[in-house]
Design a protein around this ligand. Structure first.
Ligand code: FES
Length: 131
């Protein structure tokens, strides 16, 4: 993507957020924020019987980059297992969002994924303890 396409891609996710709003029967529900701003992004996910994410939602108020990133993250994590989500790399996400535009605000770009990873980690630990 060139710079213009990257701006359009981010603005599209910001203005038409995917999977935004509360999720029923969520296995994971965690809110994250960054020091230095009042933005709050919450991530919710529900796993299917096959251990893959059946549905993932985000909610809250964030800056343009954190909101667009949250919307994008709900698209790329659909259908992944907890292990696969824990292995997702922040560097890859920054690359996919458009490094040139988001690298000045890496904490905004990675807030949603970081929050989801933390939620997934806690869920997986809890599940292992039960099995
Ligand atoms: Fe707060 Fe971007 S400025 S998440």
């Amino acid at each position: 993507m060139d710079r213009q396409e990257t701006i359009e891609f981010l603005m599209d996710h910001y203005e038409n957020p995917r999977n935004k709003g509360p999720l029923e029967d969520a296995d994971i529900s965690l809110t994250g924020g960054n020091p230095g701003c009042a933005d709050m992004i919450s991530m919710q996910a529900r796993f299917g019987k096959d251990g893959k994410i059946e549905e993932v939602h985000w909610d809250g108020e964030g800056c343009t980059i954190s909101s667009a990133a949250a919307s994008y993250v709900t698209e790329i994590t659909q259908g992944l297992t907890a292990d696969e989500i824990e292995k997702l790399s922040f560097e890859d996400l920054i690359e996919q969002l458009g490094r040139e535009l988001v690298m000045t605000r890496p904490t905004c770009a990675t807030l949603a994924l970081g929050t989801l990873k933390k939620g997934v980690h806690e869920y997986a630990m809890h599940k292992r303890a039960q099995d």
